[in-house]
Design a protein around this ligand. Structure first.
Ligand code: PMP
Length: 445
């Protein structure tokens, strides 16, 4: 391993990747890893797929790049139609981008421009959850509720009112309904404090990922949010950058609760890790208002280029052709069962939650009080390192003061087979046994 000029984050030196096939990756030393988190929940079809490569090569042979304001391109139009079909027509308009953060930026800016066009420029606040993750650019960071990331930039990001979201693991209300009512009442009170007519939109991840480790909303909560938005006249934005495009077993997670947003963001899995492509979907009336006011004052150079969209289209077609949403559901149940078994073996596994092939595992020192392990124990990094030693990649997050313990995501490619799911669980079991012996037991002693 040589010293690299790259700087991403502090941590141990990383192995160098050699190649990948299916759910496996190999490093240059020949070690095999099962990709238990699809990279960053993005390589949804696994590695080394010839159909995606062929589609990309065919597009490269025609043209790789054209600019969105100079040419229409067939893959972009076809992918936009595919996305509209996936939402069953709930959302009719599509704006392409190259990442999740760009999708969220686009949603925030379209929402604001919509109200400016309607003569409601006093609307300048967003409402979002704590914890949440919506991206790393300044606008998306403004609506992100993840203190360590927000802190250095809090004074220079757009205004966002941070409210609690549902937490079916940690809540101390009498029951689930009471919990939802309390969370919605608090959201309502914070909006009333700011003035309902100053709010642009409420932004929510239907299934949390990078911040909450698979935390779910429920129907009553989404219905409550929808009603609140309609009442104060603001928009509802669902951020499905991570949980969209089939990850939870339906094209979009929100479809499992039947509550429709005004704007929807997606990215990560849309290009299946083969090329960056993301999208903002919007209701037609919103787009028409903005276009009538002179057009959307926004855009990125690589947005909707032919190669990106041909890749996305090939990925969506593969999910359809191979009925992968069914596999997501079946393998998801297998994974859930296996994770629950691991939980019964280790009392410090506090919670296993998720949907489809998106599962979060939260680790706590005291399963009754749900107290996180001390931050200095860096449990999230220890478990990830042990899993990697055992040949398994998982996606970790540190504990958040009082809001969640250390956790990790298990989110393998949609193509994972029954035996590969077993192998994933075996490798995870070995990593957790070692975590128990080497890290947890000494901490609890
Ligand atoms: N929104 C959500 C819900 C995400 O999970 C992420 C990425 N983890 C983003 C936005 C930002 O996406 P990107 O990293 O592609 O900018």
């Amino acid at each position: 391993m040589t010293t690299s000029p790259l700087f991403y984050q502090a941590g141990p030196p990383m192995p160098e990747v050699s190649h990948g096939h299916g759910v496996f990756l190999w490093d240059t030393q020949g070690k095999e890893y099962l990709d238990g988190c699809s990279g960053a929940i993005s390589c949804n079809l696994g590695h080394g797929r010839e159909d995606i490569r062929d589609a990309m090569l065919a597009q490269l042979d025609r043209v790789a790049f054209t600019y969105r304001t100079q040419f229409e391109n067939a893959p972009a139009v076809a992918l936009a139609h595919a996305l509209v079909e996936m939402t069953e027509g709930d959302l009719e308009k599509v704006f392409f981008v190259s990442s999740g953060s760009e999708a969220v930026e686009s949603a925030l800016k379209l929402a604001r421009q919509y109200f400016v066009a309607r003569g409601e420029s006093q609307r300048r606040h967003f409402v979002s959850l704590r914890p949440s993750y919506h991206g790393s650019t300044l606008g998306a960071l403004g609506v992100t509720g993840y203190q360590p990331l927000e802190a250095p930039f809090a004074d220079i990001t757009p205004s966002s009112i941070k409210v609690p979201g549902p937490d079916f693991y940690r809540h101390r209300d009498d029951d689930r309904d009471a919990h939802i009512r309390r969370v919605l009442d608090e959201t309502r009170a914070r909006i009333d404090d700011a003035g309902g007519d100053t709010v642009i939109a409420i932004v929510v991840e239907p299934v949390g990922g990078a911040s909450t480790g698979g935390r779910l909303v429920d129907q009553a909560y989404l219905e409550g949010l929808r009603a609140l938005c309609d009442e104060v006249g603001c928009l509802l934005i669902f951020d499905e950058v991570l949980c969209g495009v089939g990850r939870t077993g339906t094209w979009f997670a929100y479809q499992q609760w039947g509550v429709t947003p005004d704007l929807l963001t997606t990215a990560k899995g849309l290009g299946a890790g083969y090329y960056p492509v993301g999208a903002l979907l919007a209701r037609e009336a919103i787009v028409e208002t903005v276009m009538a006011s002179g057009g959307f004052q926004h855009g990125h150079t690589y947005a909707g280029n032919p190669l990106a969209c041909a890749t996305g289209l090939a990925a969506v077609e593969a999910i359809r052709r191979e009925h992968l949403l069914d596999n997501v559901k079946v393998r998801g149940r297998q994974l859930q069962k296996g994770l629950e078994t691991l939980r019964s073996r280790h009392p410090w596994i506090g919670d296993v939650r998720g949907l489809g092939l998106l599962w979060g595992v939260e680790l706590v020192m005291d399963p009754v009080e749900k107290t996180p392990f001390p931050a200095a124990s860096n449990l999230f990094a220890r478990v990830t390192a042990l899993a990697k030693e055992e040949g398994l990649l998982i996606y970790p997050r540190r504990s958040l003061n009082g809001l969640s313990g250390d956790h990790f995501l298990v989110s393998p490619p949609f193509t994972i087979s029954e035996s590969e799911t077993e192998l994933l669980l075996e490798r995870l079991a070995r990593a957790l046994d070692r975590l128990d012996r080497e890290v947890v037991a000494p901490l609890l002693a």
